[in-house]
Ligand binder design. Structure first.
Ligand code: SF4
Length: 347
């Protein structure tokens, strides 16, 4: 009898007649991302009944998903854990009390355009609003990126802000996805940060190497290898099926270049809300040379309430993971509470 995992591999293979590199370079893949729910449903042989709610939800937050990510979904399965992260659904349009547009009050911690300074010793530099994929649960799905563009003046102000505060040891490139910028722009950003003596660490929060592993180019690897700043990359994968051979290869190359690799995930109902899914995710990450870092409880952003997992369930799940895994494969369960000086550790 064929097992479920064999079936998954077989089904994925049906849609994988094209290899990732057949989709072209990473910029071509970014530009060619699927933005039409109709097209996505047809590619995955899913019911046309899903179309109408998807179109409605798209009016608030568009669909966006590259072929290289779709390739890892199982055709015919509306509950595929990767599909659930990207397919707009009707529940997104419901207004739920306690869910808002700026759940982490970031817009009040925005001392100058492009800078979010929440915690001691580190800050976020928003280096663009583009993403390779639009994750339906994203806490920045309503973030006003248009007001945080780093034009020449605001870039100068952001660098001066960092230069004038000697407590800032770490700069975190965020977005959007910072790796949606090309390698030359990243090199320019890093060169300015390199020139500030008190900045020691450059951290990049990115989902791109998971979504389009071809983003890890030779130029990017060389750039990391040349850094004075200690490079840390925090990737974002929520399910083991996201970590395929291409992702493992990309992670291996980053590791060879001296990049510390960590993962942050979000606990999502219907995606990874079981101990087995979290254990498999931790094991898949470790095989790729990445350590699980944070498991975030959902931020209460409008449109994402259907992904919520209650705290009591989350705590039980992490306890089950602790009972099965070595400590280094157990992510820290956290919640971000606006105004606190750091993430709040739940377990
Ligand atoms: S890649 Fe990150 S920033 Fe972009 S939509 Fe997904 S979670 Fe949000």
């Amino acid at each position: 009898m064929i097992t479920r995992s064999e079936l998954s591999v077989q089904s994925r293979a049906q849609i994988s007649t094209q290899t990732i590199s057949d989709f072209g370079c990473w910029q071509t893949q970014l530009a060619g991302a699927i933005t039409s729910p109709e097209q996505l449903l047809a590619m995955l042989q899913l019911s046309p009944g899903l179309l109408s709610p998807a179109l409605k939800a798209c009016q608030e937050f568009p669909l966006r998903v590259p072929h290289a990510y779709i390739q890892r979904m199982v055709p015919g399965n509306p509950d595929d854990p990767l599909l659930r992260q990207v397919l707009p659904v009707g529940e997104e349009c419901q207004h739920i009390e306690g869910y808002g547009l700026d759940p982490l009050a970031e817009q009040s911690q925005n001392p100058t355009d492009g800078v979010i300074h929440k915690y001691h010793g580190r800050l976020l530099l928003i280096v663009g609003g583009a993403c390779a994929v639009n994750c339906r649960f994203c806490f920045r799905r309503h973030f006003p990126y248009q007001d945080n563009r780093l034009d020449q003046d605001s870039w100068h102000n952001a660098i001066e802000y960092i230069r004038s505060d000697t407590s800032i040891k770490e700069v975190i490139l965020s977005g959007g996805d910072p790796l949606a910028n090309n390698d030359r722009r990243l090199a320019n950003i890093a060169a300015e940060l390199n020139a500030i003596d008190h900045v020691a660490t450059l951290r990049i929060h990115t989902r791109l190497p998971v979504v389009i592993p071809d983003r890890v180019t030779d130029e990017l690897i060389n750039w990391f290898a040349r850094q004075r700043l200690q490079p840390v990359m925090v990737i974002h994968a929520n399910h083991a099926n996201e970590i395929d051979d291409r992702v493992r290869e990309a992670m291996f190359r980053l590791k060879q270049a001296g990049v510390t690799l960590l993962n942050q995930a979000v606990l999502l109902k219907g995606v990874n809300d079981s101990a087995s899914a979290l254990i498999q995710l931790g094991e898949a990450l470790f095989k790729a040379g990445v350590l699980p870092y944070y498991l975030h409880l959902l931020d209460p952003v409008h449109g994402a309430a259907h992904f919520d997992v209650p705290d009591v369930t989350a705590t039980r799940l992490i306890q089950e993971v602790m009972a099965h895994c070595p400590g280094y494969l157990v992510p820290r369960l956290v919640r971000e509470i606006p105004g606190r000086p750091g993430k709040t550790w739940i377990l």
